[in-house]
Design a protein around this ligand. Sequence first.
Ligand code: NAD
Length: 542
Amino acid sequence: MNNAIYNFPVPTNEAVLEYRNGSPERIALEKELQRQSESCIEIPLIIGGKEIKTGSISEVRMPHNHQHLLAIYHKATEKEVEMAISAALDAHRSWADLSWTVRASILLKAAELIGGKYRALMNAATMLGQSKNIFQAEIDSVCETIDFLKFNAYFASKIYEMQPRSAFNQLNKMEFRPLEGFVFTVSPFNFTSIASNLNMAPVMMGNTTVWKPATTSLLSNYYLMKIFQEAGLPEGVINFVPGSGAMIGKTVMASPDLAGIHFTGSNATFNQLWGGVSANLGNYKSYPRLIGETGGKNFIFVHPSASAKEVAVNAYRGAFEFQGQKCSAVSRLYVPETLWQDVKSELLAVSTDARMGDVNDAGNFINAVIDEASFDNIMSYIHYAEKAQDAEIIAGGRGDKSKGYFVQPTIIVTTNPRFKTMEEEIFGPVLTIFVYPDAEMNQMLEICNTTSPYGLTGAVFAQDRVAASQMCEYLRYAAGNFYINDKPTGAIVGLQPFGGSRASGTNDKAGGEFNLIRWISPRTIKETFQPATDYRYSYMME
Ligand code: NAD
C-alpha cells in the first residue's frame, strides 16, 4: 500500500530537434524512412488487447507517391464494433479503480518511448503516411504528442487536488469518477498528436475508449496504439477499430452505454454524430458528453501600422505549412490598401522560393495533400476562382495528381469580401486576400467577424499596440485562439490551450484542465460525525 500524496512537477515542452544534415537524429530518421518505405505492414484491429484480422482489407498509400503501398489494414464489421464496446466496458472497473498515479505513469512512459526509442518511427510513419515534412512531423507526432501526455498527467494532478471544505462535525470529499460507460473517440487524419490525445485525455481520467482512427492516418495511429500497449496500457482500455466511419458511428451510438464522444474533424461529421446522439437520447443510461473540435476559416487582419514583411512571412507559413491542412491554417487575409503593394511583393517573393515535392527531399517546404478526394475538392475551389469575375489568382493555381496529390500554394485576390473562398473551409493550400480602403477599417472588422460560421483562430498584425488591443476586443468571438503579430497556427500544449467556438466546436481546450474536466463525473461524499438523534429542531422544543 502506498498512501502518499504525489506531486507532479509542471512539465517542460518537448524540444524540437533540428535534423540538420549529418546529425544523429537525421541519420536515424533517414534509416527509418527507408525501412518503412521498403516494407508493407498488415494493420489489424486491436480489441481487448488482441489483434483481430477480419479479412475485409483496404490499403494505406503515400499521398506524395500513391503507387507506393505502405500497409494493408483490416476493417471492422458491426460484430467487431460490438466486441470493442464490450471490451471497453469490461476494462472500465479495473482501470477506474487503479490508482490515478499508475494511470499517469503509463502516459509518462508512452511519452518517454515516443521521445526516445520510437522518435524516428513516429516521425517516419507520419511523414510517409500523412505527407508531412521533417519539421511538421516532429512538431506533431513527437513533440505535441509528448506534451499532451505529460501535461495531461500534470493537469489531472491539479484537478484531483480540488477538494471541498469540511465544516465542523463533518468531512466532505470529492471523488473524481470517470464517466459511466465508454467514450467513443473519432480522430482526424491531420495530427497524430490529436489521435493520441483524443484517447489519452479520457483514459487519464479513468475512462476506456472505442477508437475510430481516420483511414488516411492509419500507419502512425497503429504505431501509436502499439506504443501505448508497450507503455503498459491494460487490455481493453483503448480499442483500436479502423473501418467505415458511418457504420462504426451508427453502431456505437446505438449503445446505451455511450458516455461521451471525443471528436476532432469536420463540422459536418460532428453534426452527424450530434444528430445521432439526439436521435438515440431516450436509450442512454447517462447524457453522453459531446466534445468536438471542428473546422475553421481562420484570418489575419492587418492594420495600416503593420510591417509588410512580417505579415507576408506569417501569412505564408500560416496558410501553406502542411499544405494548409491544419484546422488553424490561415485562409483569409485582410490588407489595407496602403500596405498592399509591399505585402504582395513579399508574398510573391516567398512563393517563388518555396519548393513542393516528396517528403524525402528535405528542401521541400510543401508536400502532397492527403488523398484524391481532398485534391479534387481543393482544385474545384481553384477552378471556381479562375472563372470568377471578382477574383484573380496571383500565385500557384495548378495541381497534379499523376504521381502524388500535389496542389501548388495558391493565392487569390478578390474584390468581394464574401467571395466563396473567403467563407468556406477548403482545407488545402489556398489563401484568399481582400484589400480594403484604410478609411473603412472598422466596417472591415465587422465583415471579418461575420464572414464565416467558424470561430477557431485569427490574428491581427499592428505596430500600433492600442489599435491591436482594440481589434482584439472587437473580434472577441471571432476566434478561440487569437494572436497579436503572430501566425494563428502552431499552438503549443500548456502555453496556448487550443479550441474555438461557433461552428468550430465545443471549445473545451485540448491539452488542459478544461478538457480533462469533461471526462469526469464527480461524486461528493459527506460524512457526519454527530448524526441527528431527534427529528425536532431546537426552536420546536420551547
Ligand atoms: P472528417 O470529419 O472527414 O473525419 C474525421 C473522422 O471522422 C475520421 O476518422 C472519419 O473516418 C470519421 N467519420 C466520418 N464520418 C463519420 C461518421 N458518420 N461517424 C463516425 N465517424 C465518422 O475530418 P478529416 O478530414 O479527418 O479532418 C479535417 C477536418 O478536421 C477539418 O475540418 C479540420 O478543420 C478539422 N480539424 C479540427 C481541429 C480542431 O482542433 N478544431 C483539429 C484538426 C482538424
